[in-house]
Design a protein around this ligand. Structure first.
Ligand code: PMP
Length: 426
């Protein structure tokens, strides 16, 4: 029995399913999860000493590679001054100013400790500001596990929300309307049905939770226009795309201005951090200025702020986004070529430092239904073959893969050579 297997068996005795977040359990691909012992640069090492080239990057935050010295040093320095104050500190101000400068639509910023908190709080604020209860989300988009966002209408774009987990009251879920990603007509129909009840649209600007699906050319600007027409707020959830597809996030990449933005992952440099922010007049409705309540004991934690500031400072260096894009582009192209050579039906999507591949005959995947129709069994086999080769991909066909500035040309070559062998075995 490997050390990972031993640890997983122990973990299952003490932790539900042996994991602290479900996708880690390898349910989507079968088999036992690999327990990670350490991580450095583009590599992670498991509890049995096997090394992998990592394209998960802790699900995004390791955009500069694991254990980056600038972040590690900033954390060590901050630790000397104490771990948490529960009172204002200078680094939170620096962090908020930095985020506002890099993402100008975030005129004011509130720090939280996870992406879930960011989206949950942004929705409450949008509801409080507009005095409307309903929200629109998109099928296949994930925004964390707050009740109102854990809703998936299934097939029909016009269906009222059905909870996607027991424990979410249907009375809550009914306020969540679900539309189809990349289908403006499905959104417009909801606004026409509920013209004065919809507080906001929340969207992943590049969907990363149904594999990787970019927006069609007019999709995000069309959402902006519909929100303006019907008096709703546009919330762009950049928990995955923020500081990843471009320094200013997907909103800079696609040139669309939201009312509110949610951030997470990347802005913590690996520490538990999230943030939401936007129009100053909307943010002024938050406590203690306004009546919409939102709080957090560890929000703006000094260690997390130090890590985040270091990460964002590094990301501003010349060439960062060119490199993230180049690595992802080369990998996506390389996967496509290797699959074509092996006669395996595959298509890829890529935006900046995120990419995805789909086992399908379709030439383009643009929504959740198409993503679901892909060959999941093939994905599972490919995932495990790559894992054996020492390539760690996301253990789910519904997650995007991430690149980092630490991925070298040699990492790419090794990955593509492995992919070639694995496609040939499928
Ligand atoms: N929004 C998006 C787009 C996400 O991808 C995620 C997590 N993958 C979240 C929100 C929730 O973030 P967290 O897991 O930090 O709560």
């Amino acid at each position: 029995m490997s050390r990972s297997e031993q640890l997983f068996s122990q973990a299952q005795q003490h932790i539900p399913g042996g994991v602290n977040s479900p996708v880690r359990a390898f349910k989507g691909v079968g088999g036992n999860p690999v327990f990670i012992q350490s991580a450095n640069g583009s590599r992670i090492t498991d509890a049995d000493g096997k090394q992998y080239i990592d394209y998960v990057g802790s699900w995004g935050p390791m955009i500069l590679g694991h254990n980056h010295s600038a972040i590690r040093n900033a954390v060590l320095k901050a630790v000397e001054n104490g771990l948490s104050f529960g009172a204002p500190c200078e680094t939170e101000v620096e962090m908020a100013a930095l985020v506002s400068r890099l993402v100008p639509s975030m005129q004011q910023v509130r720090m939280v400790s996870s992406g879930t908190e960011a989206t949950m709080s942004a929705i409450r604020l949008a509801r409080g500001f507009t005095a409307r209860d309903k929200i629109i989300k998109f099928e296949g988009c994930y925004h964390g596990h707050a009740d109102c966002l854990l809703v998936n209408a299934g097939s029909g774009a016009l269906t009222l929300g059905q909870p996607s987990s027991p424990g979410v009251p249907a009375d809550f879920a009914k306020h969540t309307l679900t539309a189809t990603f990349n289908d403006l007509a499905s959104v417009e129909a909801l606004f026409e049905q509920f013209p004065s009840d919809i507080s906001s649209i929340i969207v992943e600007p590049v969907a990363g939770n149904m594999n990787c699906i970019p927006p069609n050319a007019d999709f995000l600007s069309g959402l902006r226009e519909l929100c303006d027409r019907f008096g709703a707020l546009l919330i762009i959830d950049e928990v995955m795309t923020g500081f990843r597809v471009a320094l200013g996030g997907a909103q800079a990449y696609y040139g669309v201005t939201p009312d509110l933005t949610c951030l997470g992952k990347v802005i913590g440099g690996g520490m538990p951090v999230g943030a939401f922010g936007g129009r100053a007049d909307v943010m002024a409705h938050l406590a203690p200025l306004g009546p919409v309540y939102q709080a957090g004991t560890l929000s703006g934690n000094p260690i997390a702020m130090a890590a985040g500031i270091a990460a964002l400072s590094e990301l501003q260096k010349a060439g960062t986004y060119e490199r993230l894009n180049e690595v992802a582009h080369t990998l996506a192209q390389g996967f496509q070529q290797a699959a074509d050579d092996a006669g395996i039906a595959l298509t890829t999507n890529q935006v900046g430092g995120m990419f995805g591949f789909f086992f399908t005959e379709e030439t383009k995947v643009t929504n959740f239904t198409q993503s679901c129709a892909c060959d999941q069994e093939r994905f599972k086999r490919f995932f495990h073959l790559m894992l054996e080769e020492g390539i760690y991909l996301a253990p789910s066909a519904f997650e995007a893969s991430f690149t980092s500035t630490a991925h070298s040309d040699s990492d790419i070559e090794i990955t593509l050579a492995a992919a070639k062998r694995c496609f040939a075995k499928l």
